[in-house]
Design a protein around this ligand. Sequence first.
Ligand code: LP5
Ligand code: MN
Length: 241
Amino acid sequence: MDHSLFISDLHLCESRPAIINAFVSFLQETAIHANSLYILGDLFEYWAGDDAIALGKHEQSIHALNTLSQQGVELFLIHGNRDFLLGDTFAKAANLRILPDPSLISLYGTLTLLSHGDMLCTDDVDYQHFKAEVRSDAWKAQFLSEPLSNRIDYIESIRRKSEAEKSVKSMSIMDVNTVAVEALFLQHDCPPRLIHGHTHRPMQHQHHIKNNTYERWVLGDWYEKGSYLRVDKHGCHERQL
Ligand code: LP5
Ligand code: MN
């Protein structure tokens, strides 16, 4: 039956080869049967710029994506907070299309909003300030003009600072804000469904806005084991690998 798959937060990196292998197997054995695959951010542990492709650390994953696309599965990606520097060179190498965050699509007749999800964490004020700064075109251009090795060192120092800050942030601050979720539904004329990642708290939620009910599906991360959301004309189903 016609269906599409959704994944996010794989955080692929060369120090976790098991996840890379799980991802490649998922593409070859599971995603190959889908009409389309949507990657909703943080495919990579971090992305320092498309010139990092030449380092070869992600060759296996990029090649597997390209092959899947050539086999007829449509591939889409939304940037995550870890890999928002994925650009046109990567998109071409992987043979996929980068979509804006958020994006509204029609899935087997059901309008569905897609997002990485970090934009919904509005209580995490320090993060939102950080995000606003590093996502500006000027900041990205300046950062990408630095040598690759400097960028990688810088990202690793930010990662350490981020982990230190996260250890003292409450779980509720790092979750989505319900008012922000409802505002997103309203901004898009209330589609019945939203799918996002980022929080690593896989679950189906229901939101009630003006006497109607809206579904919000949160994808899981791939730290312990892989998971995905399968969507067909009957609805959404969470699956573990
Ligand atoms: O990713 P995750 O889930 O662990 O944590 C996020 C937020 N952290 C981040 C930072 C990334 O993990 C590391 C950077 C990724 C690479 C990006 C590529 C290139 C950019 C280079 C970076 C400068 O996104 C974390 C949230 C958490 O999600 C839950 O939502 O809480 O946010 C933070 O911890 C951020 C801190 O609160 C504030 C930022 C600290 C660093 C400030 C240094 C100053 C840099 C000035 C830049 C102009
Ligand atoms: Mn994220």
